[in-house]
Structure formats: structure tokens, C-alpha cells
Design a protein around this ligand. Structure first.
Ligand SMILES: Cc1ncc(COP(=O)(O)O)c(C=O)c1O
Length: 373
């Protein structure tokens, strides 16, 4: 999609192409980032570019633990935190740590499509299950596919592509279900929560912590979205302080960070984010974009669940074939992604992390394509 967008921009002029295909944040990072970077670059302490413990700088991991301790009942130490190369790197670290070849991971759909490739990296097998019509977790579909081969359930909230935020009750019930099956099969079924959009929520919606609901859990996150730093490749994974076989799990995560070839997360960024853990871009700007897009599309008759978080809208495709509908939008130079690519055929994804003018100028095209049917 990235290349397609670039080609069209070269052909028609960047201002005439409305690229909603990628989750590449349009907002600049908070201004504090530059101040922190200036200070760090002028810091004369030697050894700042050297290798470090593979899990990351102790000071950074302690800062992350202190931050998590304000949000969660279980209390973390630096030992339970591994700094990673973004959330993508973190997910690969966790999956390599817990999976044996052929192990299955249950993924509620629609979902971030790279999960399939991450699983494949570690010979894991995806078991994709439906969510309900409001994209909430459907425990029945999960229960139907749990077997002794199930090693984990991988959730993402706030969700890409739906914008859904899972509720406390939903997560508690999921935790209870996994507790039951972990007992039945005599080994933990992990809950992995991918949360790079945790701070991007609207209308006072809270993102509950899975750590408060279930011990066999990992949170993976990054600063790609909330600080607009996707190119800097910095994130972390946190393992529950009471996870089973904790020493082996933690040692596995550290080793996997190294042997996947990451070795450690970027040093300068580790130092940087430890001063920015409470920061985020101005979320009200994304809310404005969401509202502009939702109001515009609703006025043309598009059908969607209003996103509660992240910066994606996942409307129903007005025609059955979502790929064809995305093709029709493309004729208007509006670039979106078919829902089939996220395990959600019959829908399409609009990434609205774009300048306001792009939404404003694209709306009439969305209207015309809807009218044509
Ligand atoms: C749900 C989800 N998980 C993980 C990632 C990867 O994030 P990162 O750039 O931090 O590796 C993305 C990126 O778009 C995402 O949407």
C-alpha cells in the first residue's frame, strides 16, 4: 500500500491522493522529545553507544516498571520488563519465548494481519476466531477452538482495524476461561495483549489492564503511535510478576531479544522514552479527525461501529466484495485497505491518522462512490 500511495502521488500530485492506507501517524512527536534528545546528545558520559544488557538499560526498565505500577495492581520490577524493537519486535520476542513448533495461538478477528507472519516466524499456528457484531470478544468462538495445543490468545485493544476497546468484564471472563483451560490441560495458556494504542482513546473510555485479571499474561507495546515514533523502533514487553515459571520465561525473553537479531532495543531511544512515559501526542486532534470522518461517512449512509480508540475506522463495505469497493475508492484516489486483509471480509479500513485536509477533501469522493453503489 505504501508503494501504491507513492506511485499515485507521483502521478496525480500528492495533494490529489488521499492516502488512508497506513497507520503512520501524521502528528509530530510531543515537543518535549526534542528537549530530551538535546540533553541526551549533550551528555558527556562515556559508553552511551555500547552494548548493554539484552533486556535494556536497567534505569529505563525501572522507569517503565514504576510507570506500570501506577496503572496495575500487580507491582513490577525492572526484571519483568524487556525493552524491544517496537511492538512488532516485542511480539516476536514473546512468541519465540513461549511457542514450540505446531503450538496454536487464538486470534480474535478482525486483527492486525502481521500476526500471521509473526506466528509463522516461530512455527506457530494461528486459530482465527470471530468477534461479535460490535467487535467484542466472543468467548464461545474461543472455547470452540481451545485444545491442548493452544499456547496463547493474542488480543489487541484498542484494536487495529476496528477501534474497539475491550471492557473489563469481557477481559475478566476471558481470563476465567483461560484459567479453566490452563487447569484442564495442565499448562498455562497465555494471554498476550498488544497495546500500542492504549493512550489513544476517546470519550473517556478506559483500557482495562489484563494484568489485573489474569496472571499468565504479557503486555506488548510501543511508542510508535502515542509518541509518533514508529521509525525509531522502540517499545517493551512486560510479563506478569506472578507468571508461572517466571525465571525461565524472563530468561527466554531476554535470550530471544538477542537471538532474533535485535540484540537490544535502540540505546538512545531507551534513554529518551524513560523521560516521556507519561506523555503522548494531543489525542484530541485524533478525536477531531475521527469525528469529522464519522460524521461525513454517516451522512452518506456508511455503516460502522464508532471507534473508541486507535486511529482506524472499519466500516461495512456497501458492496459485498470489499476488494472491489476499495478498488472503486481508488478510482477517486482514495486509498484504503480491504477488510479481507484483516480477517474481516465485507469491511474496509480507513486509517485516519492523516492531516485534517485529507479527510475534508476526500469526503466528497466517499460520497460519490457510495452513490454509485
Ligand atoms: C496492532 C498493532 N500491533 C503492532 C504494531 C507494530 O507496531 P510497532 O511499529 O511498534 O512495531 C502495529 C503497527 O501498526 C499495530 O497496529
Amino acid at each position: 500500500m505504501f508503494e501504491e500511495g507513492e506511485e499515485r502521488k507521483a502521478k496525480y500530485g500528492a495533494e490529489n491522493v488521499f492516502d488512508f492506507s497506513l497507520g503512520n501517524p501524521s502528528l509530530e512527536p510531543p515537543t518535549k522529545l526534542k528537549r530530551v534528545l538535546d540533553d541526551l546528545i549533550n551528555d558527556p558520559a562515556p559508553g552511551q553507544h555500547a552494548y548493554m544488557p539484552n533486556a535494556g538499560f536497567v534505569e529505563t526498565r525501572q522507569a517503565v516498571a514504576d510507570y506500570l505500577n501506577k496503572l496495575n495492581r500487580p507491582q513490577f520490577t525492572a526484571d519483568e520488563i524487556v525493552m524491544t524493537v517496537g511492538a512488532g519486535g516485542g511480539l516476536n520476542v514473546v512468541l519465540k519465548t513461549i511457542l514450540d513448533p505446531g503450538d496454536e495461538v487464538i486470534i480474535p478477528s478482525p486483527y492486525f494481519v502481521e500476526y500471521n507472519f509473526y506466528l509463522d516466524n516461530h512455527q506457530g499456528v494461528p486459530r482465527v476466531v470471530r468477534t461479535k457484531s460490535d467487535f467484542s470478544v466472543d468467548l464461545d468462538t474461543i472455547a470452540e477452538v481451545v485444545t491442548e495445543k493452544t499456547r496463547a490468545v493474542l488480543i489487541n485493544s484498542p484494536n487495529n482495524p476496528t477501534g474497539r476497546v475491550y471492557r473489563e468484564e469481557e477481559l475478566k471472563e476471558l481470563g476465567n476461561l483461560l484459567l479453566y483451560y490452563s487447569g484442564k490441560f495442565g499448562q498455562p495458556i497465555y494471554l498476550i495483549s498488544d497495546e500500542p494504542y492504549r493512550k489513544i482513546v476517546y470519550d473517556g473510555v478506559a483500557v482495562p489492564s489484563i494484568f489485573n485479571m489474569y496472571n499468565e499474561s504479557f503486555v506488548v507495546t510501543s511508542f510508535s503511535k502515542d509518541l509518533s515514533l514508529p521509525g525509531e523502533r522502540i517499545g517493551y514487553c512486560a510479563a506478569h510478576p506472578d507468571i508461572s515459571d517466571k525465571d525461565i520465561v524472563l530468561a527466554g525473553m531476554v535470550l530471544c531479544n538477542r537471538i532474533l537479531g535485535y540484540v537490544n532495543a535502540p540505546a538512545l531511544m531507551q534513554r529518551t522514552i524513560s523521560h516521556l512515559l507519561e506523555e503522548s501526542v494531543d489525542i484530541s486532534l485524533y478525536k477531531k479527525k475521527r469525528d469529522m470522518l464519522c460524521d461525513g461517512l454517516a451522512s452518506f449512509g456508511y455503516d460502522f461501529v464508532k471507534p473508541e480508540g486507535a486511529f482506524y475506522l472499519f466500516p461495512k463495505s456497501p458492496t459485498e466484495d470489499d476488494v472491489a469497493f476499495v478498488g472503486a475508492l481508488q478510482e477517486e484516489n482514495i486509498l484504503t485497505v480491504p477488510g479481507s486483509g484483516f480477517g474481516g471480509p465485507g469491511y474496509f479500513r480507513i486509517a485516519y491518522c492523516v492531516p485534517d485536509e485529507v479527510i475534508e477533501k476526500a469526503l466528497p469522493g466517499f460520497g460519490r462512490v457510495m452513490e454509485k453503489g
